[in-house]
Write a protein that binds this ligand. Structure first.
Ligand code: B12
Length: 138
């Protein structure tokens, strides 16, 4: 059997909104994934280092305090610089539409905003894994 998908959930900067990230952690765990939570008030450098050390497949940032443009492009850059650019980077929370294109440009694969269905997030991650594993075998 394939090992479970490993997901690092992160909170960056001064953002202390915890409900969304907790809901997502439970949903991913209930779907059989391994979830690691960084805790609050992390820097992009700490999250990138943790992602590498823990050898996760996915880095998911929960961002509700309007600091996404400050921290997330930096996190994407640090992941690439540390040879971890193949990890899937996703974001959830309060991200205005006008910022989304720049985050995608920086390396964010998908953004799930307020009201996103946890089942859609689980399905998205499972589908990403299927595609990744299929192309690795080809
Ligand atoms: C509850 C709340 C608080 C609580 C937080 C308590 C806690 N421990 O979490 C308290 C009162 C402490 C608080 C404080 C503040 N808040 Co507040 N808060 C909210 C509120 C009302 C609800 C957030 C919530 O819990 N939603 C429920 C969860 C389930 O939803 P969610 O987090 O959006 O998560 C879903 C998706 O976004 C997504 N998702 C989220 N994270 C992730 C991660 C991944 C990996 C994935 C895949 C998906 C995903 O999936 C989830 C399921 O659908 C929102 C308004 C709102 N309607 O969103 C404001 C809101 C987020 N807060 C806001 C603000 C401004 C603040 C304060 C700055 C207010 C102040 N002046 O002090 C402070 C900041 C504190 C800080 N340092 O971060 C603003 C943010 C504005 C912005 N980003 O531009 C909002 C939007 C209110 C508003 N309309 O202005 N807040």
């Amino acid at each position: 059997m394939a090992p479970p998908l490993r997901v690092l959930l992160a909170k960056l900067g001064l953002d202390t909104h915890t409900v969304g990230v907790t809901v997502i952690a439970h949903a991913l765990r209930d779907a059989g994934m391994e979830v690691i939570f960084t805790g609050l008030k992390q820097s992009a450098a700490t999250v990138a280092a943790t992602a590498v050390q823990e050898d996760v497949d996915v880095v998911g940032v929960s961002s509700l305090s309007a600091a996404h443009m400050r921290h997330i492009p930096e996190l994407a850059r640090l992941l690439r610089e540390q040879g971890a650019g193949d990890k899937l980077l996703i974001v959830g929370g309060v991200v205005p539409e006008e910022d989304q294109a720049a985050l995608h440009e920086a390396g964010v694969a998908r953004i799930f905003t307020m009201g996103a269905s946890t089942q859609d997030i689980v399905d998205y991650l499972n589908e990403w894994r299927r595609t990744r594993d299929a192309s690795a075998q080809a």
